[in-house]
Design a protein around this ligand. Sequence first.
Ligand code: BTN
Length: 237
Amino acid sequence: MSEKIYLHSIPSTSDYLREHRDRYEDFSFVYTFDQTSGHGRLGRTWLSEPGANLMFSFLIKKKEILSYGPMCTLSAACSVARCIERLGIQGVSIKWPNDIYIGDKKAVGILLEGSLPDYMIIGIGINVNQRRFEGEYRIPPTSLANEAGKPIDLNAFRNEVFDAIERNFSAIPASFDADLEYFSHHDYLFGKRISVDDAGEYIASGVDKEFRLILSNESETRYNASGEIRILEDKHE
Ligand code: BTN
């Protein structure tokens, strides 16, 4: 069993874990329901109403897992998405590589940081019980409570999520097959017309075994390990 550290209020669980990583063992979790200065990809802010949502980060030091790098995002996203579906919520999908959507709204953000090959920190923000979202959001947000139509037991859900992540990560790399299969049925981008880092126009065509996004157009097929995705228009029927 790994250590689970609850902090009542903290600027950022990921920053905290990075600063104190030498103190904590492999697979320690730090979590809070009140994160005051959360951050996301590309320096964006992660906003959360105090007490309503779950924010956590976990530390990976084991070399074997670190060697899979960004594939760990797939494990984390699938673990969380399955827990959301177990609440009876429909329309859950993963927007490659690391957001979880319900319908066309974002409920979960995942941020992978670290210094390979030494350590990796996976930070996850889940909108659980927040009902109203004020301020500027690039992608319309939602929460599990909004989608389920009732409040969610925050601690019970946190336990489920931590267990699911622990189970999935302890089975890496064997678990990747089931994760890729799950992803193929929950791929938000599949069939959509997109650009990556604002270059070109492609149809998102799933992922390969290394969780690289497959992009195709009339002249080429590309495999992208990273990049900022922009959706150009909705799915072709
Ligand atoms: C994104 O959507 O850009 C990723 C958001 C990641 C937010 C989580 S909340 C817990 C952890 N601490 C942070 O400061 N960020 C991550």
